[in-house]
Ligand binder design. Structure first.
Ligand SMILES: C[S@@+](CC[C@H](N)C(=O)[O-])C[C@H]1O[C@@H](n2cnc3c(N)ncnc32)[C@H](O)[C@@H]1O
Length: 183
């Protein structure tokens, strides 16, 4: 029991692309670290989120040691990190041998719909997304190529890519939840 408590105390949970902290983020069992490139979002996160430390950094080059994270989470962010294979390699690098990686993101929009959304965003003066979601077979292959095993993939709700008034209609796709571990 004491050993478990000591283990939990040193457990490192890292959320990549944590944003401003508008979503409820429970205090982790050990050390919680939020990483994001948006320093303004992190300023808000620091004020509003107890029990977490925040680092301004790029998810493609994490300032974290090899094998240092027990619980790695990346929600609605992987599609920002290109190439995806590089991002997954970086996540695999920092994950402890016994760690778990959780990815939540959107399933790929239909190609025509993605092209239409891309046009609408550009015309409205908004940056387009590097990737409008993932083909799950391709993503699972990339996860395996990073050296991790895919433990589970299931669907949970929808991912929203854009909503009016900036675009003509809501653009949504299914949202997936993927967990991966070292073999
Ligand atoms: C759609 S928001 C998701 C925020 C949060 N994860 C959530 O689920 O509410 C995408 C976040 O990814 C961050 N982001 C984009 N590119 C990034 C990068 N290269 N490295 C780290 N964070 C990045 C953005 O600043 C933004 O906070």
């Amino acid at each position: 029991m004491a050993e478990t408590a000591e283990h939990d105390q040193h457990k490192v949970t890292v959320e990549i692309g944590c944003g401003s902290g508008s979503r409820a983020r429970p205090v982790p069992a050990g050390i919680g670290v939020g990483v994001d490139v948006d320093i303004n979002a992190l300023r808000t996160a620091v004020r509003s989120t107890a029990g977490w430390t925040f680092i301004g950094a790029d998810g493609l080059a994490l300032p974290l040691r090899d094998n240092s994270c027990a619980d790695l989470r990346i929600q609605a962010v992987l599609h920002h990190l290109v190439p995806t294979a590089t991002a997954l390699g970086e996540l695999a690098r920092v994950m402890q041998p016994s760690g778990v990686l959780t990815i939540r993101d959107g399933v790929a929009l239909d190609a025509n719909e993605a092209a239409h959304l891309d046009d609408e965003l550009r015309q409205a003066g908004h940056p387009s997304e590097p990737v409008y979601g993932f083909d799950l077979d391709e993503l699972a292959e990339l996860v395996r190529a990073s050296g991790l095993d895919v433990e589970d993939i299931h669907m949970e709700g929808t991912a929203t890519w854009a909503t009016p008034p900036f675009v003509s209609k809501p653009y949504t796709s299914e949202r997936f939840h993927l967990t991966a571990r070292h073999p």
